[in-house]
Design a binder for this molecule. Structure first.
Ligand SMILES: *[C@@H]1O[C@H](CO)[C@@H](O)[C@H](O)[C@H]1NC(C)=O
Ligand SMILES: *[C@@H]1O[C@H](CO)[C@@H](O)[C@H](O)[C@H]1NC(C)=O
Ligand SMILES: *[C@@H]1O[C@H](CO)[C@@H](O)[C@H](O)[C@H]1NC(C)=O
Ligand SMILES: *[C@@H]1O[C@H](CO)[C@@H](O)[C@H](O)[C@H]1NC(C)=O
Length: 408
């Protein structure tokens, strides 16, 4: 899981000045409500890329935002399909992030722009609860029922609906790209035959299905403190680090036992290559809210070393699932016919190499692998050299497969 954003935010929040955490915030930090303009207008069109906003409704009533992006005019002739729209790619962001994560840096550094310039039909996904999604048909964000979900629903409802919508519009299967929580969603979804049937191939950055070897002191401390249970017991259902509560919480956690000056590193592992003079800008967008139930589910994975549905406890499991234990997501059910590509880093404290190896062992297929010794969890998204280090290889993988695609 990437408390990735919590990271970003904390490292900024609590820089070198131990005492004045609450006053030192950038003025944009508390921005809470969705800006009137969408993500297209905020980040994508200003960079010169045609972009359209789409809204689609999940089976359980959430209204998700999707942004469809095509290559900038300067790139339209260099796209590999000679100006034809290429295969659709759905981008699935990490925890407490949203579709904006793929467009944060310059067009030659950010995956969303790079894919569009390579002729792909890019769709940025935004899961429920994030700022670029649009609420729910009947629930308000202030109701606790609105936040009654974990990554399980993000996989089985949100990913499912976004993929269905895109394949309906484009009349084609979709490529998916996930980062961190986006990979948990992808791997869980691909174990389900009806969802797998919509997917052409998947590229996973910092792939996660097991989480019991995470080596981040900060997260392990939260797990040990039972922070997830504390939230739920306090009746906190929405986790929003841009709220007052969020900043108070960080005060509580950073009581001296964790070096909060280096919080980014202590949550994600050391990142070699991202540009920390851009954190202020990233924080205009991140972190996005998530649910306390989601955190609880992630912590269940850390405690138990399992890749299973949400554990409600013995009796309620029986009511929900017909068994006293939650059903597992069995990686062996992912069809071998779906090509997988994975990028992972030796310095990633969340998608730990030991856990990645276990994932690989359980898959029937053999993913193509890109291992970068120095890369940490955030580098795969925001490294200044991720195009050369990571995305060029991912795009080679997609293009090789889309030989199949030209028949559309
Ligand atoms: C990347 O983009 C930035 C700004 O858009 C530009 O200044 C820089 O020269 C570009 N770098 C390369 C290698 O194309
Ligand atoms: C599928 O797409 C067509 C147009 O391409 C649209 O008319 C129809 O409503 C879509 N169906 C769903 C279920 O989204
Ligand atoms: C790092 O960020 C700063 C501030 O946005 C920018 O001026 C600089 O060009 C960036 N460096 C790289 C290598 O992208
Ligand atoms: C392209 O894909 C085929 C299998 O579909 C594989 O055998 C081949 O090595 C790939 N080539 C490249 C350059 O990735």
């Amino acid at each position: 899981m990437e408390l990735l954003v919590a990271v970003l935010l904390l490292s900024l929040l609590i820089p070198s000045s131990g005492g004045e955490k609450l006053s030192g915030l950038p003025s944009n930090f508390r921005l809470r409500n969705a800006p009137a303009a969408g993500l297209c207008a905020h980040l994508i069109e200003p960079a010169g890329y045609p972009c359209s906003e789409h809204i689609t409704q999940t089976k359980d009533g959430y209204l998700l935002g999707l942004q469809r992006v095509s290559g900038s005019s300067s790139s339209s002739r260099t796209g590999y399909l000679n100006g034809q729209r290429g295969p659709p790619v759905l981008l699935l962001h990490g925890l407490m992030m949203s579709g904006d994560a793929w467009f944060m840096d310059s067009p030659n550094q950010s995956l969303g722009f790079i894919l569009a310039d390579n002729g792909f039909d890019v769709w940025a996904g935004n899961v429920r609860g994030t700022r670029w999604s649009h609420g729910h048909v009947s629930l308000s964000e202030r109701e606790k029922e609105f936040w009654d979900w974990s990554w399980q629903e993000l996989a089985l409802y949100d990913l499912a609906e976004m993929a269905r919508y895109i394949s309906n519009v484009t009349n084609s299967k979709v490529f998916i790209v996930g980062h961190s929580q986006g990979t948990i969603m992808s791997l869980a979804a691909l174990t389900q035959p009806d969802l797998a049937s919509m997917v052409e191939a998947a590229a996973l950055l910092c792939p996660i299905s097991y989480l019991n070897h995470i080596s981040t002191e900060f997260v392990l401390r939260l797990v040990k403190m039972h922070m997830d249970d504390v939230f739920l017991a306090m009746g906190i259902h929405e986790l929003n680090f841009k709220s007052d509560m969020g900043t108070q919480l960080m005060d509580m956690i950073c009581d001296g036992r964790v070096n909060c000056n280096d919080l980014l590193g202590s949550i994600t592992g050391k990142n070699c290559c991202f540009n920390d003079s851009r954190i202020d800008f990233y924080l205009e967008y991140e972190p996005h809210p998530t649910s306390a139930k989601n955190l609880h589910h992630l912590f269940q994975m850390i405690r138990k070393g399992t890749f299973k549905m949400y554990d409600y406890g013995f009796w309620k499991n029986f009511k929900e699932y017909g068994s006293f234990q939650p059903p597992r997501f069995d990686l062996r059910n992912i069809p071998e016919s779906i090509p997988l590509w994975m990028g992972y880093g030796g310095s990633d404290a969340l998608a730990d190499v030991t856990d990645v190896r276990r994932t690989l062992k359980e898959l029937k297929g053999k993913p193509e692998l890109l291992y970068l010794e120095e890369y940490g969890h955030i580098d795969f998204l925001l490294s200044v050299s991720s195009k050369k280090d990571v995305y060029d290889d991912m795009i080679r993988f997609f293009k090789n497969l889309s030989g199949r695609y030209t028949s559309y």
